[in-house]
Design a protein around this ligand. Structure first.
Ligand code: FE
Length: 170
């Protein structure tokens, strides 16, 4: 890898998050085409450095750093990259891991790839619309699916459903 200034600053950022960058795992993902595609420079201007690191560089935020980890109000979690709705608050649960966790995504909104980094084989999950990396899915989740979608809060934006909206529903 060519060591340029950008690689160095990304490495510094990665160290700040306590996890190294991942160069290889996104290979299969990169071969796929997404409805929303932007250049690296475009993403860099649209996203915060933390969002860019997680969504576009397959980074991981430090556990217990996302305010969304402790959010349980009613609403929808959308992709911080493209705004696609990804998870409903109805599937959110407290996994105790320090990352926002869900037992199911909204149908069709999540793609997966095989992640062989860190001497493990894990299932990576990303936004099906922009390919932004979200986290991983594991088989130790609660009923009804038994799945645990372990998601970086920085890759999500929460849109709370206000009480007046709920009243309008009923
Ligand atoms: Fe997206």
């Amino acid at each position: 890898m060519k060591i340029d200034r950008r690689a160095f600053s990304l490495g510094t950022l990665a160290a700040g998050f306590g996890v190294g960058t991942n160069q290889v795992s996104a290979g299969e993902k990169k071969a796929m085409s997404f409805e929303v595609t932007k250049t690296e420079e475009e993403w860099r201007t649209l996203l915060t450095p933390e969002q860019f690191y997680v969504l576009r560089k397959h980074g991981t935020e430090r556990a217990h750093t996302s305010p969304l980890d402790k959010v349980y109000s009613r609403g929808v979690y959308v992709c911080a990259g493209c705004g696609q709705e990804l998870f409903s608050s109805q599937t959110k649960f407290n996994s105790g891991t320090g990352w926002p966790s869900f037992y199911a995504p909204i149908d069709g909104k999540i793609g997966t790839s095989s992640d062989r980094s860190f001497f493990m084989v894990r299932t990576e999950v990303h936004c099906s619309r922009c390919g932004g990396h979200l986290g991983h899915v594991f088989n130790d989740g609660p009923k009804p699916t038994g799945l645990r979608y372990c998601i970086n809060g920085v890759s999500l934006n929460f849109q709370e459903v206000k009480k007046q909206d709920l009243d309008a529903d009923s």
